[in-house]
Ligand binder design. Structure first.
Ligand SMILES: Cc1cc2nc3c(=O)[nH]c(=O)nc-3n(C[C@H](O)[C@H](O)[C@H](O)COP(=O)(O)OP(=O)(O)OC[C@H]3O[C@@H](n4cnc5c(N)ncnc54)[C@H](O)[C@@H]3O)c2cc1C
Length: 266
């Protein structure tokens, strides 16, 4: 599957909105998850093939050095009628593959992807909702906030570099939103966990969505499960990325990490 870039827009200094359209999206469907994501495939510079291409064919028939890099991005929105797929991509300096691709994307560029996957949606039966993460989770948090039932208590804690990195987060829920600003020190890694630990005691059934940097997600998950009585079934936790690691490096150690994280709550 592939989309052709229709527009790009800088939402913040560190986030680019890319809207994809075109016939390559025929057959794309999104089942209502608010964390639906696609797995994009970005060829290395100078690759001897051009998009659109078949990912399976490229990886079966070409040397590894020519394979496209894979990155996951949340479906911020899917307009089936107009066949428009919106992705909000974090641009974190010049590092990486996905960020630079989005920063340089121009109308007409083609993005190949597989998917979507995903599995979370705010449960109308929950007594309250917690949405916690960083910029990479903002697309899912924003989509989830649009799906929270009117008046439902929803607590949102998001880590970003500063006020200029905040985006509007409309919701018909009863919103308690706090932006947490990094200071560029090692203490930044504890901003999100500390903000969740500081929440007052709650009553009733919590449903939580905690996605973002792996170490931060791990500590929030541990806290919710071991100190707050949250249940696994009501937690959606995903380590989207790992500080200091490329996505390739992170995927290699992710299974061992997940097993270790499970020992936190054994
Ligand atoms: C299911 C899922 C959904 C996701 N949805 C989104 C989304 O909608 N938007 C989005 O932007 N990201 C999203 N991510 C995270 C994204 O896939 C990763 O951040 C990915 O590593 C970015 O690739 P890159 O090529 O830009 O950087 P990489 O080549 O992977 O990394 C290069 C360097 O940048 C660092 N880095 C990676 N990501 C970040 C970041 N967010 N902030 C600061 N430094 C970073 C790495 O630690 C490394 O040092 C999602 C991840 C998953 C698993």
């Amino acid at each position: 599957m592939h989309g052709r870039v229709v527009t790009t827009e800088r939402l913040t200094p560190g986030m680019v909105r890319v809207v994809l359209g075109g016939d390559g999206l025929a057959g794309f469907t999104c089942d209502g998850c608010t964390d639906a994501y696609v797995n994009v495939a970005i060829p290395p510079a100078g690759a001897p093939y051009a998009a659109p291409f078949d990912v399976a064919e490229v990886t079966a028939g070409r040397p590894r050095g020519e394979w496209p890099a894979r990155r996951r991005y949340t479906v911020r929105s899917w307009d089936a009628d107009r066949r428009l797929l919106t992705l909000d991509v974090v641009v974190h300096g010049d590092a990486g593959v996905g960020g630079p691709w989005a920063a340089n994307a121009r109308p007409g560029d083609v993005l190949v992807f597989t998917g979507p996957g995903g599995g979370y949606r705010p449960d109308p039966a929950a007594d309250w909702h917690l949405l916690a993460g960083d910029e990479s989770a903002l697309p899912a948090i924003a989509a989830s906030l649009e799906a929270v039932p009117a008046g439902a208590p929803v607590v949102v804690r998001v880590v970003v570099d500063g006020p200029e990195h905040e985006i509007p987060l409309p919701s018909s829920g009863a919103l308690d939103l706090v932006w947490l600003h990094r200071s560029g020190t090692p203490q930044d890694a504890d901003l999100l966990p500390a903000a969740v630990r500081a929440l007052p005691a709650w009553r009733g059934r919590l449903q939580a969505f905690v996605h973002g940097e792996a170490g931060e997600v791990r500590e929030v998950r541990r806290h919710l499960l071991t100190e707050r009585g949250a249940t696994r079934a009501d937690l959606s936790c995903s380590p989207y990325w790992r500080r200091t690691m490329t996505d390739e490096a992170w995927r290699q150690v992710k299974a061992a990490w997940t097993a270790e994280v499970e020992r936190d709550v054994a």
